[in-house]
Design a protein around this ligand. Structure first.
Ligand SMILES: NC(=O)c1ccc[n+]([C@@H]2O[C@H](COP(=O)([O-])OP(=O)(O)OC[C@H]3O[C@@H](n4cnc5c(N)ncnc54)[C@H](O)[C@@H]3O)[C@@H](O)[C@H]2O)c1
Length: 423
């Protein structure tokens, strides 16, 4: 474990006590990660391994960083989004837990990238990304460091898509575990975590009543399904837009209205993009919006709403509420954008509840351990999380919730494995 003083660029170290209180609260909701931390402390599977983690700097991430640190790793953390950093958490990590952090909420683009560079200066042997930023810098500008890296992990859908593209071009230089692909990650984090926290962000930012409103969800993947489900639970009339016919059909049969975005633009009150795609709410859609329409995004990058077009169409802008910008259009219509079109659940709320990040970050911690233990055999490819890790996390989570399940009898196992028994 590193004994040198943590390096940092955070807003204010005096915020540390508040951060510690909140990190401790989140820890109480993260029993699976806590169990891993206890084992890591004993077994030191990451002894001396330098890790650069580029993740949302939240209370849950703090507990992951503590777990890696307990396992012997020398961790540096930077933000994976300029608006998602919780400054008290960043301060607490440095002051209380001895972890190097480069992250300030609201940092400009240059500072954001200089913080990623600072993390890469740490000469990581393991990378941990949420959106492939560290891996991007290493492959573009720091190729001399590629040989030092054992492997990495990737948290989100958008990052995995980018890394698969890098792999397809034959350019990926080291093995990656796609944490997002674990069932105990995307089935819960993307769906229930994003569902709850996205609706929470929209409500905290605007305090609008969702009941009776037309709520448009763009994209019916794991996140879109969660957002639609929770918006409907609040009484909204949910409309889904999609480009994939299977997903569109699924949304229809789940009971939602399905239509193209330009038609949805004319009737929607609240919009949330959840696609990982760009210009989903395009200029053409913006031109059709009703007066008072509220726009938000929960996909990884702030490219899903064509914000440049919104700025061009506006005759004036003002801050309507914290994290809500009002755009007045030439004909007097007003459009509201939450959190600059960045991940609304992190910009305007606190991100996913800790109980769901418990599983996502258990996957991160165990995948880090796996990469270090299997570095010799792994090729420069994108791997899924080993099934035994996925199932073990589900088992531990159920156990922590006091839920017991059945197991197959020998007879049942034999029956399910045979093609002719009992016919
Ligand atoms: N806010 C969060 O905390 C959070 C959590 C997890 C994932 N994410 C991000 O959310 C995004 C979506 O992730 P996912 O796991 O749901 O992905 P997914 O691949 O399961 O779903 C995306 C869906 O969007 C659809 N789509 C693509 N382009 C579209 C368009 N122009 N119009 C309508 N639909 C379109 C696709 O057909 C697909 O069904 C990614 O950027 C991911 O990184 C955010």
């Amino acid at each position: 474990m590193s004994t040198t003083a943590p390096r940092h660029d955070v807003k204010d170290l005096a915020l540390a006590p508040a951060g510690v209180t909140r990190i401790t609260w989140a820890d109480g909701e993260m029993p699976v990660l806590a169990a891993i931390r206890e084992r890591f402390e004993r077994e030191q599977p990451l002894d001396g391994v330098r890790i650069a983690a580029c993740l949302h700097v939240t209370t849950e991430t703090a507990n992951l960083a503590r777990t890696l640190h307990a396992g012997g790793a020398d961790v540096v953390l930077c933000a994976s989004n300029p608006l998602s950093t919780q400054d008290d958490v960043a301060a607490a990590l440095v002051e209380e837990y001895g972890i190097s952090v480069y992250a300030i909420r609201g940092e400009d683009n240059d500072t954001y990238y200089s913080h990623i560079e600072a993390a890469v200066d740490h000469r990581p042997q393991l990378t941990m990304d949420d959106g492939a930023d560290v891996i991007g810098v290493l492959h573009k500008d720091r190729r001399d460091q590629l040989g030092e890296i054992l492997g990495g992990t990737e948290e989100t859908t958008t990052g995995v898509i980018r890394l698969r593209a890098l792999e397809a071009q034959g350019e990926l230089a080291f093995p990656i575990i796609a944490v997002n692909e674990a069932s105990t990650k995307h089935l819960f984090d993307n769906r229930y975590g994003t569902g709850q926290s996205t609706v929470d962000g929209i409500i905290r930012a605007t305090n609008v009543l969702l009941a009776g409103r037309r709520f448009v969800v763009a994209g019916y993947g794991w996140t879109g399904r969660g957002v639609a489900l929770r918006a409907r639970g609040m009484g909204a009339h949910v409309i889904v837009t999609e480009v994939d016919p299977v997903r569109a059909l699924e949304a229809l049969m789940d009971g939602y209205e399905v239509m193209p975005i330009e038609r949805a633009a004319e009737v929607g009150d609240v919009f949330c993009t959840a696609t990982g795609d760009k210009n989903v709410i395009s200029r053409a859609a913006i031109e059709r919006l009703k007066d008072g329409a509220i726009l938000s995004n929960t996909g990884h990058f702030n490219v899903e709403i064509e914000i440049d077009a919104l700025r061009e169409l506006a005759v004036s802008t003002r801050e309507a509420r914290p994290e809500v910008e009002e755009f007045e259009l030439a004909d007097g219509r007003r459009v509201y954008l939450i959190g600059e079109g960045r991940l609304v659940n992190l910009a305007a709320a606190e991100g996913h509840p800790a109980a769901v990040m418990d599983m996502s970050f258990a996957n991160q911690a165990l995948s880090a351990e796996y990469v270090v233990a299997h570095a010799e055999e792994l090729e420069p490819r994108v791997y899924v999380v080993p099934e035994e890790i996925d199932r073990e996390i589900a088992r531990l989570k159920l156990e922590s919730m006091g839920v017991e399940i059945d197991s197959l009898t020998e007879e049942q196992a034999r029956y399910l494995a045979s093609w002719d028994e009992g016919t």
